[in-house]
Design a binder for this molecule. Structure first.
Ligand SMILES: Cc1ncc(COP(=O)(O)O)c(C=O)c1O
Length: 384
């Protein structure tokens, strides 16, 4: 039996090819340094783990999680939005997610009909394209270019496209470029969404992984709640990628749409994790700060070392990544293969984030200083 057209139309998952090469190199006994996947190398902080353990002991948390999130979690999200961004939302404007990816990939199913346009940043997190394809939407690519500070050129999008647009994905702080957006940019986007009646999905999964200036929320723009949904994640903020918890904040209609899809697809976010996450949002600013400082110091080490070695590295203000321009003679896949073959280092090709990423590679800041220095030494020896 054949796969559905839906499955056949999904782009190949390029990271699988890299993973195969990495596994072969490890099996051959090579000393591989992994700067590929954006998964924190440190364990979930102790107090967070204790909160999870405590919540799992509560038998009330052993049943199906109900609805769009437990009261305790929704209350904590509302309070966190106020504490962190001075933004007032109601409990009907928030919902629990099984990680940010859950919200991102399911939102198009709630609002996009076949043929509707979805504006997608390129390079960008692959979930935006996957969700759009699975909903039968038509992707319109918004290139993110260095000369525009990796912001989409909103004026370059034709009016005819805007008129058929149902949804626009944005992601600041940005994976993979690490660019940041300011409120002026979001004000402009909200005006466009109002004019052309589309939903903005601002992926704020890296809202707490900043180095100096705290990123903004789109809801700091007055009236944005009528046009936007913002997606947050516990994954990178608290080293909780494996626990699968995130949350969405947005207009009630958008939460209801996403909720309807999810109610028919999954049975909610694990109750113990919602209860623990509520406590973490209220009590673990210190842990989030320590994690942020760690990435900041690693970003400095890599930036300094790689720039001195002749690499064209973009200065990062946040996220877990550095975005590096490669010489024109390579595709990003060729460059990544050379780095693996000659330096025993796994990095991610920019093409994995879309065709506008093909002259770049991404490194993840997921190793401690001694390994980072070893990686820099190896990369120095590469003749690029
Ligand atoms: C931009 C972006 N959005 C969403 C996600 C998914 O995060 P989560 O672990 O919360 O599903 C990632 C993960 O790397 C990401 O980089």
């Amino acid at each position: 039996m054949d796969f559905s057209n839906r499955v056949k139309s999904l782009p190949p998952y390029i990271f699988i090819e890299i993973d195969k090469k990495k596994k072969a190199a490890l099996a051959a006994g090579r000393d591989i340094i992994n700067l590929g996947i954006g998964d924190p190398d440190k364990q979930t902080p102790k107090r967070v783990l204790e909160a999870i353990k405590k919540a799992t002991d509560n038998p009330k948390n052993h049943c199906y999680p109900i609805g769009r999130g437990m009261k305790v979690f929704k209350t904590a999200i509302v309070a966190w939005m106020k504490k962190r961004f001075a933004v007032e939302v109601t409990e009907d404007e928030v919902m629990a997610l099984i990680g940010a990816k859950d919200g991102i990939t399911h939102l198009p199913l709630a609002f996009v009909n076949p043929g509707d346009i979805v504006l997608i940043p390129d390079p960008g997190y692959p979930g935006y394209m996957a969700g759009t394809i699975m909903a039968g939407g038509t992707a319109f690519i918004m290139p993110l270019r260095k000369e525009n500070k990796f912001m989409p050129d909103l004026d370059a999008i034709p009016e005819a496209v805007y008129k058929n647009t149902k949804m626009m994905f944005l992601n600041y702080p940005n994976n993979p470029t690490s660019a940041m957006a300011d409120l002026k940019f979001f004000e402009k986007v909200v005006k466009l969404a109002e004019k052309y009646d589309f939903l903005i999905v601002q992926d704020n999964a890296y809202s707490e992984t900043y180095f100096d200036k705290p990123p903004v929320s789109i809801f700091q723009v007055p009236g944005a709640i009528k046009h936007a949904i913002e997606i947050f994640s516990m994954s990178k903020t608290y080293n909780m990628t494996g626990w699968r918890v995130g949350y969405a904040v947005g207009g009630e209609k958008f939460i209801n749409g996403l909720g309807t899809i999810k109610e028919n697809m999954d049975s909610g976010t694990v109750s113990a994790l919602q209860e623990a996450s509520a406590w973490v949002l209220e009590n673990c600013d210190e842990e989030a700060g320590q994690i942020r400082e760690l990435y900041k110091s690693r970003a400095e080490i890599f930036y300094k070392g790689l720039t001195a070695a002749g690499f064209d590295v973009l200065k990062s203000e946040g996220t877990l990544y550095l975005w590096i321009k490669i010489p024109d003679k390579y595709t990003s896949m060729e460059f990544v293969s050379r780095v693996l073959e000659e330096a025993d280092i796994v990095i991610t090709p920019g093409i994995g984030f879309g065709k506008n990423g093909d002259k770049y590679v991404r490194i993840a800041l997921t190793v401690d200083e001694p390994v980072a220095l070893k990686a820099i030494e190896r990369l120095k020896k590469l003749k690029i």
